[in-house]
Ligand binder design. Structure first.
Ligand code: NAP
Length: 277
């Protein structure tokens, strides 16, 4: 019998039962023929450090981290990547062979890759991005758009202070606009991004005026339940290129999988189907 260790990974959250990561990662393990396993782990905040420290000893090579542990793991990790520090949160941990724990954030990477895949003609130089919202996920969007070279981000949020805070952190390429002006910034934009939770199943609708949408615009929503939000449906009716939020979820999982299991998975139609099964 072989004594080769079977690599293990998983997602740590509280709750975690809703996570799509296990079905996604298992799809990649199967299609790539990798003898590994990926499991959901419901871990209470008080147990987080003890559980994480024990995982490498049990054969785990890494883990994803979801709500409410994304900030706490940064204090437990031995090293935190610059991009995770910039986001103030980590979603991916790598347990290295020297016993140390690396915490990373791949949400910004996932956002840009999804945009490039869904709107291959979009270029950052096409013009400003109108970004709705200023919560946790918005940080990843803003950081990755700035890194991509976008000339300007027109940022609006119900609670203006959160948008002002992002402007202070990320600098002059961000122009903050009051939430009541959200319709006006859409008119000026080449790219429109909804990072609020408005329009998600169980949440209120996004009530921002959309009459400024034009066919040449790219419109994307971070929400993936439903896959086609009212924003995306309206934009599609106008003739815009629309990109749903599921691809971001899939692409953000790629770097972790590659580090843990040694092969880079594809984000294709079979991957999408596996994630929404
Ligand atoms: P969050 O930190 O709680 O931020 C929520 C955002 O929505 C804030 O900007 C908040 O504004 C705004 N908002 C909530 N209720 C509102 C209302 N009634 N009117 C106006 N604005 C409202 O959440 P998050 O982690 O950033 O997540 C935001 C969305 O992105 C969620 O739907 C989440 O599922 C999705 N997401 C998707 C991915 C992906 O991979 N596709 C990844 C991460 C997140 P205030 O600041 O004024 O409260």
């Amino acid at each position: 019998m072989s004594d080769k260790k079977i690599p293990l990974a998983g997602v740590i959250g509280c709750p975690v039962a809703h996570s799509k990561s296990p079905q996604l990662q298992r799809h990649w393990l199967t299609t790539l023929g990798i003898a590994g396993h990926y499991v959901p782990m419901h871990v209470e905040p008080d147990d987080l450090e003890g559980v994480i420290r024990s995982l490498p000893k049990a054969g785990f090579v890494g883990a994803n981290v979801t709500i409410p542990h994304k900030e706490a793991v940064m204090k437990i990790a031995d090293k935190v990547t610059d991009r995770a520090k910039l986001m103030g949160a980590a979603n991916t941990m790598i347990f290295r062979s020297d016993g140390s724990i690396l915490a990373d954030n791949t949400d910004g990477y996932g956002f840009i890759k999804n945009l490039q895949q869904g709107a291959p003609d979009w270029q950052p130089a096409d013009g400003p991005a109108a970004v709705l919202g200023a919560g946790g996920a918005c940080r990843a969007v803003v950081a990755s758009l700035i890194e991509s070279g976008i000339p300007e981000i027109l940022l609006t949020n119900r609670t203006r202070e959160r948008a002002d805070q992002l402007q202070q952190e990320f600098g002059k390429r961000i122009r903050v606009v009051d939430w009541v002006q959200a319709g006006n910034i859409i008119e000026e934009a080449a790219l429109v991004v909804n990072t609020t939770s408005l329009g998600m199943v169980g949440n209120p609708r996004l009530r921002v005026p959309l009459d400024g949408l034009k066919p040449e615009m790219v419109v994307t929503d971070l929400i993936y339940t439903p896959l086609k939000t009212d924003l995306l449906q309206t934009a599609e009716d106008v003739g815009c290129t629309v990109v749903d939020g599921l691809g971001m979820l899939l692409h953000q999982a790629v770097p972790g999988f590659e580090r843990w299991f040694g092969q880079r998975p594809e984000v294709d139609t079979a991957t999408r189907a596996a994630a929404i099964r």
